[in-house]
Design a protein around this ligand. Structure first.
Ligand code: X2X
Length: 339
């Protein structure tokens, strides 16, 4: 039995309506109650983003789909400066940021970056999972941001250059080095008589490529995953600073989560941090051979003259005064006398 054209058109119109009516119910069943954005500045291949993907999947499973954590790596949502504004305004709900960059809002947050303070990872975690970390998290919360207990690892920072190896502090004189946007980074390299330029990480590769700056400093894991070896020739193992990433949350967005959901989210974020720490430490320890294979020329300078130069420049005394006795005593409790 043939159907008239009119009948077919009526039927297709009805199915379209039914289909669309049906769709929202299907879509709604899959739509999360909380769709939150987590942004960071690291390449997709960095351990941070490898572990973050696992973390987001575990949170979705354990909340039975109520929380959908969408990850935006590699400065997709803007520079660190942009994303810090967004986490404060609620444009994004989560953001991992170096304490040294956060210090533009929370001055105490840069204290882990004091030059040559930490000799090794056990000392780092004793401080950051102990009294010093607790103090810094308290200061961050005073700035109306929420922060997770476990700081994520960036690593011990090394100096790369397109012009020369850095063998001693004198080699820093007049050296045009990119530093992240942070008073402590600028202060330390000025104490070396270098010429620091504050540039967000999303512009580092091009600044090196166009020779706006001669060099930069970062852990080996980032020199590798951000492919900085493509625009640098030398890597001097100055080991001048340890740096990490606080996992920040917008206060309003965090408190909008029911308490049981907050517990699940925090548990998984902190568990991911522990795994990322192990991954990043291993990568920082093993990637040198690969970087040599890509043409980077390594040298290992004696770090004592660099530390002496900072003392002579009153760098430690200056920052002890900025942080105050209490914070400085918490740092020295973990690392010993610095000034
Ligand atoms: O900007 C940098 O150098 C980086 C990626 O290490 C930080 O986020 C501090």
């Amino acid at each position: 039995m043939g159907f008239s054209r009119r009948t077919v058109l009526k039927a297709s119109a009805a199915s379209a309506v039914l289909g669309s009516i049906g769709a929202p119910f299907v879509a709604r069943a899959q739509q999360a109650e909380f769709t939150y954005k987590y942004a960071n500045n690291l390449p997709d291949s960095h351990p941070m983003n490898i572990r973050a993907k696992e973390m987001a999947a575990a949170i979705k499973t354990e909340t039975h789909g109520r929380v959908d954590l969408q990850i935006f790596p590699n400065n997709q949502l803007g520079s660190d400066t942009d994303m810090l504004s967004q986490i404060r305004s609620g444009g994004i709900e989560f953001f991992t940021l170096s304490g040294l960059i956060l210090s533009t809002l929370v001055p105490a947050a840069s204290i882990n970056g004091i030059g040559f303070a930490f000799p090794d990872y056990p000392t780092v975690w004793k401080a950051m999972d102990g009294d010093l970390g607790a103090y810094v998290r308290g200061e961050i919360r005073k700035a109306n941001l929420e922060v997770m207990d476990k700081i994520w690892d960036n690593g011990f920072r090394q100096t790369t250059s397109s012009t020369k190896a850095i063998n001693g502090p004198d080699d820093f004189k007049g050296f045009k080095i990119r530093v992240p946007v942070s008073p402590l980074w600028t202060s330390m390299f000025k104490a070396f008589d270098a010429s620091p330029a504050s540039i967000n990480f999303n512009e580092v590769y091009s600044a090196l490529q166009t020779k706006v700056v001669e060099g930069q400093e970062n852990p080996l894991a980032l020199i590798s995953t951000a492919k900085l070896y493509e625009v640098q020739k030398y890597c001097s193992l100055t080991n001048h600073m340890w740096d990490g990433f606080w996992f920040l949350a917008n206060r309003r967005a965090w408190e909008a989560l029911p308490a049981d959901i907050r517990t699940i989210v925090a548990k998984n974020i902190n568990a991911a941090a522990e795994k990322e720490r192990a991954d990043t430490e291993k990568l920082n320890a093993t990637v040198m051979a690969d970087l040599k294979g890509k043409g980077l020329i390594f040298n290992q300078p004696d770090t004592a003259p660099f530390r002496q130069k900072l003392r002579e420049a009153k760098f430690y005394a200056e920052w002890k005064g900025k942080y105050g006795e209490h914070a400085w005593s918490l740092l020295e409790k973990s690392v010993g006398k610095l000034a």
